[in-house]
Design a binder for this molecule. Structure first.
Ligand SMILES: CC(C)(COP(=O)(O)OP(=O)(O)OC[C@H]1O[C@@H](n2cnc3c(N)ncnc32)[C@H](O)[C@@H]1OP(=O)(O)O)[C@@H](O)C(=O)NCCC(=O)NCCS
Length: 191
């Protein structure tokens, strides 16, 4: 399924995204005019899997069994089934997808940036885009489940910590931190 309700088709929201992009450009973190955020397409699934797999060596807060579990789950067919059913956006450089993120009802999830492109503001831009969609849907808050190592990224974006838990699936141990962020009330009233 291809999303037809793309970010690029919404002038009001695009304007706000461009403002955020301009702010990041001023910080010299985003550099190319052709770079853009657009809606996820089925044909992005393979590249999204590549990005997740490329991130795995960085996920040192997971044990090996957990990383293997993530690797096994992130195959194109399953990833496409999930991402195409959500409000998913990708960030591209030229034709190459370098990051993606999704909104599932009020949950921000699946935010992954290619390690070669991290720390340039792309994660911030994607999460901001998902929050703007949540505002458009008149949600009062968004929530997410973060890895411990990514908590400071979300704290920077105004999220606060609810609680933390550890669970085990087939020997794979996951410690996760539940976080949430209220959305501005006045913005909730905007169309
Ligand atoms: C977490 C992640 C999405 C951040 O994306 P990004 O594009 O690098 O983030 P930004 O450049 O917008 O970062 C903004 C700020 O957040 C913080 N930050 C970013 N990545 C961080 C990380 N991995 N750990 C801690 N803080 C981080 C930093 O303060 C950063 O500012 P700086 O680059 O000036 O230091 C990215 O590192 C990633 O894909 N990680 C692997 C998958 C993952 O953990 N996903 C999210 C949780 S499940």
């Amino acid at each position: 399924m291809v999303h037809t309700q793309g970010v690029v088709e919404r002038p009001g929201r695009l304007g706000r995204i461009q403002s955020e992009a301009r702010r990041l450009l001023e910080r010299d973190v985003l550099t190319c005019d052709q770079d853009m955020i657009r809606s996820y397409r089925d044909s992005d699934a393979e590249r999204c899997c590549e990005i997740v797999i490329a991130c795995l060596p960085l996920l040192t807060d997971m044990n090996k069994a957990a990383r293997d579990w993530v690797r096994a789950k992130n195959v194109p067919e399953a990833v496409n089934r999930e991402l195409s059913s959500l409000f998913t956006v990708v960030y591209t450089e030229g034709d190459l997808v370098v990051g993606f993120g999704a909104l599932a009802e009020a949950e921000v999830k699946r935010v992954y940036i290619d390690p070669a492109h991290q720390h340039r503001g792309i994660g911030t831009l994607l999460v901001t885009t998902l929050e703007e969609e949540a505002v458009r849907r008149r949600l009062r808050s968004v929530h997410l489940t973060s890895r411990p190592d990514a908590v400071s990224f979300y704290l920077e974006l105004g999220y606060s910590i609810d609680d933390r838990e550890t669970y085990i699936i087939d020997g794979a141990e996951f410690t996760v931190v539940h976080m949430q962020k209220p959305l501005p009330f006045t913005a909730n009233l905007a169309t």
